[in-house]
Design a binder for this molecule. Sequence first.
Ligand code: IPD
Length: 271
Amino acid sequence: MTDDRLPADDPLPADELLETARRAARRAGEIQGERFGDPGVIRSKHPRELVTEVDVACEDAVREIIGAVYPDHDFLGEESGESGGGSAHRWIVDPLDGTTNFAQGLPIFASSVAYAHQGEVRVAACVIPPWGEEHWAVLGGGAFCNGRPVRVSDTAALDRAFVATGFPYDVKERGDNGLEAFGRMVLATLAVRRPGAAVADLCCLAAGRFDGFWEVGLKPWDTAAAGLIVTEAGGRITTYDGGPWEPSSPNILATNGHLHRAMMDVVAERR
Ligand code: IPD
């Protein structure tokens, strides 16, 4: 892989960024593998939102790997928040996505590392340790799982669609919690799943396992890397109303493209 996929004004070679992103995501994945079944002290950020010792250990490891190569870059991590001084280069990291699954011993969790230049995500690496899977993408360079190119599904009929979603931790407090859309989607599709790790859900969409995914209230660290993997695999991502999506958007509708309009209508109750 060469850096000619990035504009000439970008000084950073994509292959080096990708190598660092993959190394960091793999290291977090190794820690998760070693500590699965032994999550350590668990505390709550919110009555439903857990954080374990492993979330923090993974973020420390990722930050150390990225900081050793790119000490001047900004960093946004789920556990440590925002740091840096307004650099054009920013890393967006979920050290352990699917924390509740991990803490409960359910093998659906992931690490996620994205690199963005001037707000545009260009490099992504996600590791799903219990499945032995490493997903990655470079803007304009396609998406891969364990070295093989991946492509979204070609399912075009909503009643054949196998889709996934999730719910925000503040599901009880917010009006737009997605519960009604969940019911409508169950009736409209082949089946709906709620696996509990948005990074894994989006990687499954990119790999053609799921045909669509939607969720409200996700954070940039949940979607920055896996969002690029989906679009590089040929998928489409918008907000619920079809507007342009970015990792900081309040909601996400990601599909194989064929089902986008139909899923948007169900989410928005226009059918
Ligand atoms: C959570 C998972 C879950 C989604 C939640 C996220 P975390 O991330 O991705 O599937 O429904 O909204 O917050 O907290 O386990 O990193």
